[in-house]
Design a protein around this ligand. Structure first.
Ligand code: FAD
Length: 302
């Protein structure tokens, strides 16, 4: 029986692991992927994490992993397939065994949101991608489209502009949601063409992507852009299905928990991108992990 079971080794889970180890709590950290670090593992650059400007996502994730290992924590590479939140003993079942703990910190993060248009599933991995940092190099000197208007879409467009001949940035509104600095850089980049107030209707191709059909809302016209790749960056969906029906969630499936990260189930905490909150960043995820453990510390140690 562990004191704390953490599911997920992104910034939230890893930060929780550091705080728990320092509080002398017995920690079990479950991570489904062989390399911990979460979403930042595939992020080209993280420029807004305090004290480490311009660090690559991979390097930052390795620093986080080194930090937990310094405290003797080794993640168990197993995916939680079922979780039991009710009762005094919290359980997680993997393909190999069942684990038990007095408290659970659920930090399973989020995954990309699909565009939901014809052609997307058909051409996934054949020109349709959700990770510019992972797949950008395959499109060297080619023409691609990025879809979205937040930070990730702007960052993806900038990254791809360094590799590709041309980048269309397609956004359904007339202004970007992302950081002003990034939007400014995008507008200053010669090989990025903005396609604003436009909606992607279909991804076209024959075996691989050859174009994207967009509908210009203002003009009421449809246009086909010839592209070799489409990078979707339209937000994320929380990975909270394992806790469905066991803790309170909002309409979008984010777990409702305050700053302490306590959920509606006693002894169960939600940290990082899975929690209903305004901003989802590395630093806010790490902050959740710390808060959850400090609350657990009070609870377990009085
Ligand atoms: C392309 C991109 C660029 C970004 N750039 C920045 C940036 O520059 N700055 C910034 O601050 N933020 C950035 N973010 C956001 C940031 O990465 C996230 O907010 C942060 O990673 C959330 O951390 P987390 O620990 O909640 O979840 P995640 O990082 O998603 O980690 C969750 C972990 O849980 C594991 N997991 C999931 N389900 C299970 C299960 N059932 N069993 C076991 N393990 C499981 C996953 O494998 C994963 O490792 C970016 C995100 C993306 C996608």
């Amino acid at each position: 029986m562990h004191d704390v079971m953490i599911i997920g080794s992104g910034p939230a889970g890893l930060s929780a692991a550091v705080y728990a180890a320092r509080a002398q709590l017995d920690v079990l950290l479950l991570e489904s992927q062989p390399m911990g670090g979460g979403q930042i593992l595939n992020t080209y650059e993280v420029d807004n994490y305090l004290g480490l400007p311009g660090i690559s996502g991979f390097e930052l994730s390795q620093k986080f992993m080194e930090h937990i290992k310094k405290f003797g924590i080794e993640p168990v590479t197993e995916e939680a397939l079922r979780v039991e939140c009710q009762g005094a003993v919290k359980k997680a079942v993997t393909a190999k065994q069942e684990y038990e703990a007095r408290t659970l910190i659920y930090a399973a993060g989020s995954v990309h949101r699909p565009l939901g248009v014809p052609g997307e599933t058909e051409f996934a991995g054949k020109g349709v991608s959700y990770c510019a940092a992972c797949d950008g190099a395959f499109f060297k000197d080619k023409t691609v489209a990025v879809v979205g208007g937040g930070d990730v879409a702007l960052e993806d467009a900038l990254l791809l502009a360094r590799i590709c001949k041309k980048v269309y940035l397609i956004h359904r509104r007339d202004a970007f949601r992302g950081a002003k600095l990034l939007a400014h850089r995008v507008k200053e980049t010669g090989n990025i063409e903005l396609v604003l107030e436009a909606k992607v209707e279909e991804i076209l191709g024959d075996g691989v992507v050859s174009g994207v059909r967009v509908f210009h809302k203002k003009k009421g016209e449809t246009e086909t852009l010839a592209v070799d790749g489409v990078f979707a960056a339209v937000g994320t969906l929380p990975r909270t299905e394992l806790l469905s029906g066991q803790v309170e969630m909002d309409g979008d499936g984010y777990i409702i928990a305050g700053e302490s990260c306590r959920t509606s189930a006693d002894g169960v905490y939600a940290a990082g991108d899975v929690r209903a909150k305004a901003f989802r960043q590395v630093i806010t995820a790490a902050c959740d992990g710390a808060n959850a453990v400090m609350d657990i510390e009070r609870r377990l140690l009085g």
